[in-house]
Design a protein around this ligand. Structure first.
Ligand code: ATP
Ligand code: MG
Length: 429
């Protein structure tokens, strides 16, 4: 791409208190096609610049009210005018402090008596520079915007991919485990019955033949028959509890991923929350650490029409963050003998929407960090621990997909509260 900035129609301001100089310069510049404005003192110059910004300023050093350096300094302090190139003018008999001219922000200087060619070359050169600079800045801005969009898209793609593979994995696993657990669980009852029958048979033998042979007697002692009878029932009982627990997790996984229900449907929010809590059991009851208390306050809610699996995803993300925040605050909580707690509260006060609040007494979020929470890749967690995408995704699901609200209230060391508002009925466009 070749760049040929249109410098010829540029707007130039001449600031000089000598009418002869102004006349000479302006006719010279007008002849070249420039638009020219004039000012005879510093104040006038500043006013003229505020009204319409020139593309370049020719600024005399000796002015009646303030000197050229002061005018220049004041322009450089203002964000609006700081990038206008300023060329200083000075008569030979005046003392031009060249270093100072550059220090206060001038780009060049021209000494009188003026040389036609020199003036034109310098003016043109600085106008070209300025325009190239403007173009660069503009392109830079465009690049920044594109970069921002790219990062957002990348974040969305990553999260989508993560969710998709997680969902597939979850449903695949749920299916496989469910089948296998099915065998175990359906065989447990008959197995229990068989064992019971065998034990009864032994008992019957004992009654009918109270004096068994020495070999039988020895074997009974070896296997500790009394203990075995007692223990085998407990054993089978805990196998049953185990399989029931696995089945509950699978059910939760299914509700959670709701893979075959990716469309909009009417759901019970509380059912979703409970399924998420089941999935988080191991994080809520960690080994070697006090468990995290979950205080659930559920008010009566109507069923809501939404993308159920996505709402579950948001609750999962927020609860995961709450647990992370509590883990990071363990020492403080212990020192203050506070119980690590997550409060989940649902309400239906406004007829058109339901509210879910998830609050924790973890590390909290400093106010300065709050505006960045929903930025893609914003994370305070160690590398490999957090991707910084969950809140962004949650925001997109609640605000963009469901026309709801996701608001964060927090202060450091006071925990955080995230409030979700979801309209009862999703209006699709
Ligand atoms: N309940 C909370 N308490 C304190 N800080 C929080 C809480 N929730 C979120 N944050 C802050 O917001 C940041 C972004 O959260 P987000 O869930 O988007 O990403 P992450 O948890 O770091 O990583 P991941 O994408 O894996 O969840 C977190 O790193 C954390 O600093
Ligand atoms: Mg997170």
């Amino acid at each position: 791409m070749t760049v040929t900035p249109a410098t010829h129609s540029a707007d130039i301001l001449i600031v000089d208190d000598m009418p002869d100089n102004i006349r000479f310069l302006s006719s010279l510049l007008i002849e070249q096609g420039y638009r020219v404005r004039k000012a005879i003192n510093g104040k006038m110059a500043l006013t003229a610049i505020q009204t319409i910004q020139p593309d370049l300023i020719l600024l005399d050093i000796n002015l009646p009210d303030m000197n050229g350096y002061e005018v220049c300094e004041s322009l450089k302090q203002d964000e609006q005018t700081q990038s206008i190139p300023i060329i200083f003018l000075s008569a030979l008999n005046e003392a031009l402090d060249k270093v100072k001219a550059f220090q206060v922000g001038g780009v060049d200087y021209i000494t009188k008596p003026f040389q036609l060619e020199e003036i034109l070359v310098r003016v043109k050169h600085h106008l070209t520079l300025k325009m190239l600079q403007n173009q660069l800045q503009h392109q830079n801005q465009e690049l920044q915007t594109t970069l921002g969009e790219l990062r957002k898209t990348q974040a969305q793609l990553l999260q989508k991919q993560k969710m998709l593979s997680l969902g597939q994995l979850a449903s695949g696993m749920a299916h496989e485990i469910n089948n296998s657990v099915g065998f175990i669980s359906s065989n447990l009852n008959p197995a229990k019955q068989y064992v019971q029958d065998l034990l009864s048979l032994i008992e019957l033998y004992q009654q009918e033949y109270p004096h068994p042979s020495d070999t039988i007697q020895a074997f009974m002692e070896e296997i500790n028959l009394d203990f075995l009878e007692e223990d085998v029932n407990q054993l089978i009982g805990s196998m049953q509890t185990g399989t029931e627990r696995i089945q509950a997790v699978i059910l939760a996984l299914r509700i959670f991923s709701r893979l075959n229900e990716s469309e909009i449907k009417s759901v019970d929010i509380h059912e979703g929350i409970k399924s998420v809590l089941v999935l988080l059991q191991s994080r809520l009851y960690p080994e070697n650490k006090p468990p995290i208390r979950v205080v659930e306050t559920y008010n009566e809610l109507p069923s809501i029409t939404c993308y159920a699996s996505q709402i579950n995803q948001v609750i999962f993300n927020l609860l995961n963050n709450a647990i992370d925040a509590i883990e990071a605050a363990r020492d403080r909580l212990q020192a203050a003998s506070e119980t690590p707690t997550i409060w989940i509260t649902t309400t239906w006060e406004n007829p058109d929407l339901v509210t879910i609040k998830i609050q924790d007494n973890g590390i909290g979020i400093p106010e300065t960090m709050q505006p960045r929470l929903f930025d893609p890749f914003f994370t305070t967690k160690a590398v490999g621990k957090g991707t910084g995408l969950s809140l962004l995704t949650s925001y997109q699901i609640i605000v963009e997909k469901h026309q709801g609200q996701l608001i964060c209230v927090s202060a450091p060391n006071q925990g955080a509260e995230f409030k979700i508002e979801i309209p009862l009925k999703l209006t699709t466009t």
